[in-house]
Design a protein around this ligand. Structure first.
Ligand SMILES: NC(=O)c1ccc[n+]([C@@H]2O[C@H](COP(=O)([O-])OP(=O)(O)OC[C@H]3O[C@@H](n4cnc5c(N)ncnc54)[C@H](O)[C@@H]3O)[C@@H](O)[C@H]2O)c1
Length: 271
């Protein structure tokens, strides 16, 4: 990736952007995308090494970034990270809530501990970061938030545990933020990725042929790369989307529109 020297089309030059979970996968692509367009990036992750390696890539392309260790499910950790990031690069103007974990299980046997653990990171973590970094945005007169939800928010999978439920909560949280904070100049939108190749999902794709088989169900003919999701996030974070708030943007290559093509059929006229 190289730094983009074209005119500042996205209007992100010099903006202070915080990306949670920026040490891997989709978050890393988002952080690098911001840097490409001249934004200053706080890479926040509970895996400090991962965050540092993203920052090393940002520096390599001539960008500005800082790695901050943070567990988004821990309020004290989020508050400390917000103070540290403001000290390093200035008040947050754009927040990308993205740090998340996968979980599995069925609700008949899911333990309360597992349920709470999932919601703590994948939903409460989003709330804590929105509230804490939102304070900096309000003091500065506004900003933008983008929250990584999932196609699973609308289309749960069997054995998905509390993941889909947390993701549906993120879409609702984003809308709630949009209506509460619109008046103080803060927009809030979510992006729902479809099947995306990242370290989180690497195991699922490790079996030969999986990617090809899954691609057949996706109208654009391939599984997403992190960059595909980052492109949508960058747009929703930028002033180019100034009149868009409270929206969930599905970035799934058409997978969810293909639902009726996936059911078994007995003949060509069988609808
Ligand atoms: N990969 C997919 O197919 C897919 C699809 C839909 C949605 N998503 C969502 O996209 C987001 C990014 O996922 P990814 O695929 O890039 O995964 P990933 O595992 O590659 O990256 C997730 C990052 O979040 C960090 N993280 C996890 N828990 C944290 C915590 N408590 N505090 C701080 N950081 C924490 C991890 O250290 C990691 O760096 C997640 O919210 C995920 O649910 C992914």
């Amino acid at each position: 990736m190289i730094k983009n020297n074209a005119p500042d089309f996205l209007g992100l030059e010099g903006r202070v952007c915080v990306v949670t979970g920026g040490g891997s996968g989709i978050g890393r692509a988002i952080a690098l995308g911001f840097a490409t367009y001249g934004a200053k990036v706080v890479v926040l992750d509970r895996n400090l090494e991962g965050a540092q390696s993203t920052v090393a890539e940002i520096v390599q392309i001539g960008g500005t970034g800082v790695a901050v260790a943070c567990d988004v499910s821990d309020q004290a950790s989020v508050k400390a990270a917000a103070a540290n990031s403001a000290k390093a690069l200035g008040p947050c103007q754009i927040l990308v809530n993205n740090a998340g974990v996968l979980g599995s299980g069925t609700l008949d046997t899911l333990s309360l501990e597992t349920w709470n653990g999932m919601l703590a990171i994948n939903l409460s973590g989003y709330f804590l970061c929105a509230q804490t970094f939102g304070e900096q945005m309000r003091a500065a007169g506004g900003g933008a938030m983008v929250h990584t939800a999932s196609i699973a928010a609308t289309y749960p999978t069997v054995n998905g545990g509390a993941y889909s439920i947390a993701k549906a909560g993120i879409v609702a949280l984003s809308q709630q933020l949009a209506i509460e904070w619109g008046a103080v100049g803060i927009r809030s939108n979510s992006v729902s990725p479809g099947l995306t190749m990242t370290p989180m999902t690497a195991q699922a794709y490790s079996k030969p042929g999986t990617s090809e088989r899954r691609s057949q169900a996706i109208p654009v003919g391939r599984v997403a790369e992190p960059q595909d999701i980052a492109n949508a996030v960058l747009f929703l974070a930028s002033p180019r989307s100034a009149y868009i708030t409270g929206v969930d943007l599905l970035v799934d290559g058409g997978l969810s529109s293909n639902l009726l093509s996936l059911i078994p059929r007995t003949g060509s006229h069988d609808q």
